[in-house]
Write a protein of this length. Structure first.
Length: 89
């Protein structure tokens, strides 16, 4: 999301489906489009994966008081996809 502050983009998001994730973006500036495309291609084909990225983005166990739970950005997005079956084809 650091790119949002440094770009002239008009749209930038990520969407998760049952077996894919897409990262659409748009901008009215050709140079900005080329820069964003270069960044997206770099993180797609040459990812820098660190253990901390998995801890935040994937899923992780949490302990609140005496209750064990599971949390994570991707996990919560996938829960939303499964709960709303209207978007699944």
């Amino acid at each position: 999301m650091k790119m949002v502050k440094r770009s002239l983009n008009t749209f930038m998001n990520a969407m998760t489906g049952p077996d894919f994730t897409v990262y659409p973006f748009s901008t009215g500036n050709e140079k900005d489009f080329e820069n964003l495309m270069r960044i997206y291609m770099d993180i797609t084909y040459r990812p820098l994966l660190r253990e901390n990225d998995f801890r935040q983005e994937g899923w992780r166990y949490t302990l609140d008081e005496d209750t064990l739970g599971v949390n994570g950005v991707v996990l919560n997005e996938m829960k939303g996809v499964v709960q709303d079956m209207s978007g699944v084809y």
